[in-house]
Structures are given as structure tokens and as C-alpha cells.
Write a protein that binds this ligand. Structure first.
Ligand code: HEC
Length: 415
């Protein structure tokens, strides 16, 4: 009995390994796209922690490589094996419902949490007209049958699966999922911060100051959403709590979809996420998932819409969104149009209570310019050893010098 169980376990371990090995080949295979020029790795570059490679913030794709999607590609490292299924607890009792605040929605894959597992997630770009653009399952299955690993697919999933369009696509999605979940390259934990947590490295003075600002509830308060404390049994922290928040980031006017003044990407309430399980609850409009900040310094475009091109501006935005809104938002008829990437009726959903976003116009920002640069130095310690920061990520110069204040704009970060 025990021997039988052991052999069954080995078979399934072998099957998983075979699937992951297939997934590894599919991940880099551009022949699975309608253009023949785009693979999963075009958006999720292995050299960039499976995040976007160098180049435009939101890269073109589609059958003729001329379509632009809505969002920047997230890094596929770390968040994947642990992202819990999308979850939203409602108070059942009517009295409780009246007095308790609903818990924040949590989890799921993609910036709007619309997928419960990686198989479903993998299908989306394969069929998205702005990405790999397969017209239907038949088209994708035909591409799979012509791939150099088709024989291997038939061995792992069965010849009948390869011959059947729906089953072929299912197998493909499963293999990609296995690769992302099981390949060690998706979770190396090789950053300086990981070594620091294990007592194997020391942070520089500036990085250590940045960490303090990051966790200080009266300053960055970043760790209230981007968790830095190790988890149960000392599991390394993932720099996210998987919750959703509406930060009211500025509209990215370079996005093609935004040429239409009436178009808004509102995260949890669509348009990519369909109403489904959350219904049409308008208080979720504008909420996006808190991303992991591991390897964030390897990126060149930040926030779901890629509106910022350097890390220092992201941190400045948190500090100055409300104290100096004129710096971040355009003027409309003489008035500053704060939270311009949401329709006016949903701007009240933006979080104005969580520090540092609890200030008012003219208040002192929660972080000084040198503290902001300290935080940036800390964020760089979150990069794994195998990824090199792109040249642009090293830029910390302010977009424009803020009005007044104690800003020391020329403090160069070390390391
Ligand atoms: C209320 C929860 C919350 C707090 C507090 C918070 N963040 Fe975030 N953070 C988010 C969410 C949500 C996003 C994604 C927003 C979007 O895409 O529109 C985000 C995005 C980011 C990004 C961009 C990551 C990417 O992949 O594009 C960085 C960098 C970042 N936060 C750093 C910080 C720092 C530094 C602080 C403290 C000064 C902080 N955050 C405080 C929730 C939070």
C-alpha cells in the first residue's frame, strides 16, 4: 500500500515537472501569438523579474503589433503562489451591516483581481486582441500543434488532448501555470533585504533610514499595505497585503484609450473586470490591487496605468498628492482636477484617510524630499541579485521642483 502510494506520488510529481518544463517552452514561444512576434516573456521578461522589459511603459501588441492595452504588466515573481482567491466579506446581520465597515476586498490575480487562478489568468493575454490576439481556441490549438514541443505535449497530456481544441488550450494554460508556480526562478528570495532579514547583510545608512520611514505610521506608512514583516513561520515578506485601494493616481494622457475623455479604467468595477461576484457596487470603483514591491526598482513604469516613470515620483506622489495637488493634476477651468483618472462621481472613493494621504492642500507633506530619496534607496534593496536596474530606474530627479517647503532636491541616493 505504502509503496503504491509512494509510486503514485512520484508519478504525479513527475507529471507536474513535465508540465512545468512544457510551460517553460511555451512561455517564451512567440509562435503562440497571432503576430508570431509576442510571447508571455515579451511582457514578463525573465531578466526583469518577469516584469516588463526596457521600452515603452505600455508595450504594443496584437495581430499587427499596433494595439496598446490599458495597463502595465506586473512582475510575475512572488505574488503568484500566494495570492489568495478574491475575497470580500459582507456583514450578514443588518445591524452589524449598519455599524460595521465592510472589510476591504482582497486577493485574486491581475491588477483588478479578476482571476481566481493562474490557468484562467494565462488565457487572458493569449486571446486579448491587444496582446497575443488568438481569435479563438481553434486558432491557438492549431499554433500549439505546430510548435516544436507538440509531441511532448501529446506525451504529457495525451494525443486526444492535443487533437481537441478546448483540451489543448486547457493543457497549455495548465502548463504555464505549473511553470509559474514551480519554477524556482519565480521565487529566488535573493535580494539584499532578504539577506538583511536573515542577518547576512547590513543596510547602508540611507537604506536603513528609508526602511524606518517606510514603516513609520506617521511618515510613509507604506508597510500598512506593503507588508515588510516576515509571515507565519518566518516566511519572507511579500510587500503586499493583497488588498485593494483607490489611490487616485493621475490620468496617463499618453494611453491611447484615454484619448476618449469619457473612458475610465476603474479597476475593481471594470471595464476589464465584469460585475460578476461583486455586483455593481460603486464604492469599489477606482480600486486596484496593492502590488508586491519586490523588484519594483527594475520597473520603468509604475501604477496600473504607468503614469510615473521613476520611483522617486511615486513616493513623492504619496507625500504630496493632497498637500500640493497642482503638481500632479491638471487644471480644468481654473480648478485643479484632483483624481482626474476617475469619473467625477467616483472621486469620493479615493482613500483620504490612510496616512500619508490624509493631508490637505498647503499642509506639510508627511515626508521630506530627503526622506523620499531614503525610501527609494530602501526600495532598491528589494531587487533580486539576478536583475539589474534599468538605467531609467536610477533617475531620481524631480519632474519639477515643488513650490517652497524644505525640499532638498539634490541629495543623491547611495547604492
Ligand atoms: C492604502 C494602501 C497603500 C499604502 C499606504 C501605500 N501603498 Fe503603494 N500601492 C498601493 C496600491 C493599491 C497600489 C497600486 C495603485 C495603482 O496601480 O493604481 C500601490 C502601488 C505602489 C507602487 C507602484 C508599484 C508598481 O508595480 O507599479 C509603489 C512603488 C508603491 N506603491 C510604493 C509605496 C510607498 C513607498 C508607500 C509609502 C510612502 C506606499 N506605497 C503606501 C497601496 C498602498
Amino acid at each position: 500500500m505504502r509503496a503504491a502510494l509512494a509510486s503514485q506520488a512520484t508519478t504525479s510529481a513527475q507529471h507536474r515537472a513535465d508540465m512545468a518544463a512544457l510551460g517553460r517552452q511555451m512561455f517564451v514561444d512567440a509562435s503562440l501569438s497571432a503576430s508570431g512576434r509576442q510571447s508571455c516573456s515579451s511582457r514578463h521578461s525573465p531578466e526583469h523579474a518577469y516584469g516588463p522589459p526596457d521600452g515603452p511603459p505600455i508595450q504594443p501588441g496584437g495581430e499587427h503589433m499596433d494595439r496598446q492595452g490599458l495597463r502595465t504588466a506586473p512582475s510575475l515573481r512572488y505574488v503568484l503562489p500566494r495570492t489568495s482567491v478574491w475575497y470580500k466579506e459582507h456583514q450578514r446581520d443588518p445591524i452589524e451591516r449598519a455599524i460595521e465597515i465592510d472589510s476591504v476586498p482582497t486577493g485574486g490575480f491581475a491588477r483588478d483581481g479578476r482571476f481566481d487562478n493562474l490557468r484562467d489568468q494565462a488565457r487572458a493575454p493569449l486571446f486579448d486582441p491587444a496582446e497575443m490576439a488568438n481569435h479563438d481556441e481553434a486558432a491557438l490549438a492549431a499554433r500549439l500543434r505546430a510548435a516544436p514541443y507538440a509531441q511532448e505535449f501529446a506525451r504529457v497530456f495525451g494525443a486526444a488532448a492535443l487533437a481537441d481544441n478546448a483540451k489543448a488550450v486547457d493543457g497549455l494554460a495548465q502548463a504555464l501555470e505549473r511553470f509559474e508556480l514551480d519554477d524556482p526562478s519565480f521565487a529566488p528570495y535573493s535580494s539584499k533585504f532578504d539577506r538583511y532579514l536573515k542577518g547576512q547583510a547590513r543596510l547602508s545608512k540611507q537604506e536603513a533610514r528609508g526602511l524606518l520611514v517606510f514603516v513609520d505610521p506617521a511618515k510613509g506608512n507604506c508597510a500598512s499595505c506593503h507588508i515588510v514583516a516576515p509571515g507565519a513561520n518566518g516566511a519572507p515578506p511579500l510587500l503586499t497585503d493583497y488588498s485593494f485601494a483607490a489611490l487616485g493616481v493621475p490620468r496617463n494622457r499618453k494611453l491611447a484609450a484615454n484619448a476618449d475623455a469619457k473612458f475610465y479604467d476603474e479597476g475593481l468595477c471594470g471595464p476589464l473586470r465584469k460585475p460578476g461576484s461583486i455586483g455593481k457596487d460603486e464604492k469599489y470603483c477606482g480600486m486596484f490591487k496593492t502590488p508586491s514591491l519586490r523588484n519594483v526598482a527594475t520597473r520603468q513604469a509604475f501604477m496600473h496605468n504607468g503614469v510615473f516613470d521613476n520611483l522617486a515620483d511615486v513616493v513623492r506622489f504619496y507625500a504630496q498628492r493632497d498637500t500640493n495637488p497642482a503638481r500632479w493634476y491638471p487644471r480644468q477651468g481654473g480648478k485643479i482636477e484632483q483624481f482626474d483618472d476617475l469619473p467625477p462621481e467616483h472621486r469620493s472613493n479615493v482613500d483620504r484617510l490612510t496616512p500619508p494621504m490624509d493631508r490637505h492642500s498647503g499642509d506639510t507633506p508627511a515626508m521630506t524630499e530627503s526622506e523620499i530619496l531614503d525610501v527609494v534607496a530602501f526600495l532598491r534593496t528589494l531587487s533580486d541579485d539576478d536583475v539589474r536596474p534599468p538605467a531609467a530606474a536610477a533617475r531620481v530627479a524631480p519632474r519639477q521642483v515643488g513650490a517652497g517647503g524644505s525640499a532638498r532636491n539634490h541629495v543623491a541616493p547611495s547604492g
